[in-house]
Structures are given as C-alpha cells and as structure tokens.
Design a protein around this ligand. Structure first.
Ligand code: 5GP
Length: 219
C-alpha cells in the first residue's frame, strides 16, 4: 500500500493541532507527523525538533534558497515551511505523513503532489471560535481583530479541500479524521499489490474453469 500525505488545515482556533497530535499518538505505526520549520519564537511548552524546527530568519532563508522546502508561507508575520526531507523520511518508513499547515501551504502542496488528501477542520460555532481565539495570544483588541480577519480568509479556502470535519467534540473529530485515513488507505490506486493479487486470482480461477466440462446453455 502506498503511503500518502494527509493535510489538516483550519481557521485559527478550530483545534486542528490537538487533533493532529492525538491522531499521531493513536497511529504511531502507520502515521508520522511532519515537523515544520518556523521563524516564530517557541511558546512555553514547545520543544525544538518536536513541535517545530525553530530557525533564525537567516537560516530559514538559506534553506528556502537551497530549495529545501516542499512549500512555505508567511503567517502572522512569521515564516513556516514543510521540509521535503521530512516528508520523504516519513514516507520512506512506509507511514502516511500528517501535515498541520495553513491554507496557503495546503494549496501549494496540492499543486505539486497528487498524493495529498486535504481535510478542513471547522469549529462548531462562531462562539466556540471566538472563545478559542480569545484564549490565545494577548487580549489586545487589534490583535484579536487580526486573528478574526485571518480566520475569515482561511474559511474562504474550504472549497480546496476533500473532506470537512466539524470539531464539535474532540474525540469524535479525531475518529472522523482516522476514518478518512483508513478509507483513503484502501483506495484502489494506492493498492497496486491488491490489483496484482486480483489479477493472479482471476488467472487461477480461469484455469479451474477451463478444466471443467462445458455446460449446455444457461448463463
Ligand atoms: P502556530 O504559530 O499557531 O503554531 O501556527 C500558525 C499557522 O501556521 C497554523 O495554521 C499552522 O497550521 C500553520 N503552519 C504550521 N506549519 C506550517 C508549514 O510548514 N507550512 C505552512 N504553510 N503553514 C504551517
């Protein structure tokens, strides 16, 4: 079975990072999380190389110029990018690649790879989104306004996506994304081995049939 890229995007505050990490934890054998590079400073709980690869702007630029990114985008005044080597490393282990990236990055990956499955996570309501956005960052009104405007812009990208999951109840949302992963894993075009299997099965059956007497009439 061919592993593929599973992209999760969402308007800020819809809870996609929690879903991505929970899914990764539940599927360690079959899914790897693509750790992005960023120029944004780490938050208190974040670890370098685990949550992000935290890079100085010059180092990010050096890698960008060296063509090391599958995609990169500017978000909230910082740069974020998916390293091609990170994606290839996970695929080489036979696992699917889980990407938690913004709508611009998702669009770029779709243009470059035909093995990307795109899932959009929606917050259950305006109130829920507002609450999560307020919880995050500073309370400065201008800051909140910027996050809201960004969320409006992100929501407009929903048409690019293959699946929509509403994060009303976290565990249910995780289950839904897991179900998408499972269904996409058994798509015919990712199962060259099984197509081959069906062919030899047909061949074997043809031989058995040929050894049998021909019946007269009927269907
Ligand atoms: P945060 O700073 O809150 O961790 O992430 C801000 C936004 O950047 C989120 O929407 C997140 O999904 C997105 N992001 C994280 N990594 C990447 C990446 O490698 N590429 C792109 N395009 N967006 C990313």
């Amino acid at each position: 079975m061919k592993p593929f890229l599973l992209i999760l995007s969402a308007p800020t505050g819809a809870g996609k990072t929690t879903i991505a990490r929970a899914l990764e934890g539940a599927r360690v054998e079959t899914v790897g999380f693509s750790v992005s590079a960023t120029t944004r400073p780490p938050r208190a709980t974040e670890r370098d190389g685990v949550d992000y690869l935290f890079l100085a702007p010059e180092e990010f630029e050096r890698r960008r110029a060296a063509n090391e990114f599958l995609e990169w985008a500017e978000y909230g005044g910082h740069r974020y990018g998916t390293l091609s080597a990170e994606v290839d490393r996970i695929l080489a282990t036979g696992r699917h690649v889980l990407l938690d990236i913004d709508v611009q990055g998702a669009r770029k990956i779709r243009e470059r790879r035909d093995d990307a499955v795109m899932v959009f996570i929606l917050p259950p309501s305006v109130d829920a989104l507002l609450e999560r956005l307020r919880d995050r960052g500073t309370d400065a009104a201008a800051d909140l306004r910027r996050r809201l405007e960004r969320a409006v812009h992100e929501l407009e990208a929903i048409g690019d996506y293959d699946y929509i999951v509403v994060n009303e109840e976290r565990n249910l949302a995780i289950q839904e994304v897991a179900a998408i992963l499972d269904a996409e894993s058994v798509r015919r075009e990712r199962r060259d081995d099984m197509v081959e299997e069906a062919r030899s099965l047909g061949e074997a059956l043809r031989k058995v049939a040929a050894s049998m007497p021909v019946s007269g009439g009927g269907s």
